[in-house]
Design a protein around this ligand. Structure first.
Ligand SMILES: [Zn+2]
Ligand SMILES: [Zn+2]
Length: 345
């Protein structure tokens, strides 16, 4: 089968013809029909500090956000059958630790991430995953939509963490695909949403999708007063920090109203220095972290909003490419010339 492979600990990828994987007793073999690029794939492509932190095995196949047809199941598989259309919950919990045993598998102590910690990945014609992380999609789901349940789930989980109340105003800092999904989800709850970004390409995408009431170009400066002129001087009830920069983390604490909530879900590689007294203690705000998705209540919620047409999963797709053109996709993302790119193996 054809696959996008990284063989050496250096930047780049190659397209190779390799042996089709085999399903173990608790695994399922999937014919990958659509798979999306994620920020993690860029780290692996560049082989940067984050890729080293994952200690990714080499050689390895890239990709983890995907959807496909189940074509073979292991002997012990009970919940998935051949012919099912599935998406992949990329976090592989150990099923043994305290958190796994107490209903919080998404925060497992020994979490492995499919496509990062595994040699298997989804940028290939076939892939193998454990039954535990397969999410059966409803009939009629398109493969491209199916591949985007996972990133949309990150936005859904962020909203779940914030427990929004009726009439809450919100700001989403970052108009990447996950930021745009967060805007759509908050809009579906009736929140007045303001979005920011610094890249014209992303701002145009957010404007076109139209889930945010106002879209602010943060590179023009003065984000705080611009947000306040739209939402009022108190600031926002909830701020979603989906950009992962020191600048946007600081903005989130300034934009949030007293007693409001800030959800941090943009992974920030640099450690910000924060004035916690002025911005957290005396404002009495809740700062919430989050990772992955609740397994699987987040997925069910995404499914409901998608079927009610409150969230348009494919709205964030900017390009579709055949597997052979994977290199082109990496280049477009690194140049900031794409939103979500889908590979069609
Ligand atoms: Zn991802
Ligand atoms: Zn565990």
């Amino acid at each position: 089968m054809k696959a996008v492979i990284k063989r050496k600990p250096e930047p780049g990828i190659e397209i190779a013809d390799i042996e089709k994987p085999k399903a173990g007793p608790r695994d399922i073999l999937v014919k990958v029909k659509a798979t999306a690029y994620c920020g993690s794939d860029i780290h692996l492509y560049k082989w940067d500090g984050q890729a080293l932190k994952w200690n990714a095995p080499l050689p390895k196949i890239l990709g983890h956000e995907f959807c496909g047809d189940v074509i073979e199941i292991g002997d012990s598989v009970r919940t998935i059958k051949v012919g099912d259309i599935i998406a992949c919950e990329t976090h592989i919990p150990c099923e043994k630790c305290y958190y796994c045993k107490t209903g919080r598998m998404h925060i497992c102590e020994s979490m492995r991430i499919f496509g990062c910690h595994t040699a298997e990945g989804s940028f290939a014609e076939y892939t193998v995953i454990p039954e535990t992380i397969a999410y059966k999609l409803p009939e009629g789901t398109s493969y491209e939509e199916g591949a985007l349940y996972e990133p949309c789930g990150v936005a859904m989980h962020a909203v779940q963490r914030a427990h929004p109340e009726p009439g809450d105003t919100s700001v989403v800092l970052g108009c990447g695909p996950i930021g745009i999904y967060a805007q759509q989800i908050m809009n579906s709850l009736g929140s007045k949403v303001v979005a920011t970004d610094v890249k014209d390409y992303r701002l145009d995408f957010a404007k076109k999708i139209g889930a945010a009431r106002e879209v602010i170009n943060a590179s023009d400066g003065d984000v705080i007063s611009k947000v306040k002129s739209i939402l009022g001087n108190r600031g926002a009830d909830i701020v979603f920090e989906a950009a992962g920069t020191i600048e946007t983390i600081k903005q989130s604490l300034e934009i949030v109203a007293n007693c409001g909530k800030v959800v941090l879900f943009g992974a920030c590689p640099d450690n910000p220095t924060l004035d916690t007294s002025s911005f957290i203690v005396y404002k009495e705000i809740d700062v919430l972290g989050m990772t992955g998705r609740y397994m699987f209540s987040t997925w069910d919620r995404v499914q409901r909003l998608v079927s009610d047409k409150k969230v348009n999963l494919s709205s964030v797709i900017s390009h579709k490419l055949p597997l052979e053109k994977a290199e082109e996709g990496f280049q477009m993302i690194m140049k900031g010339e794409a939103s979500k790119i889908i590979l069609l193996p």
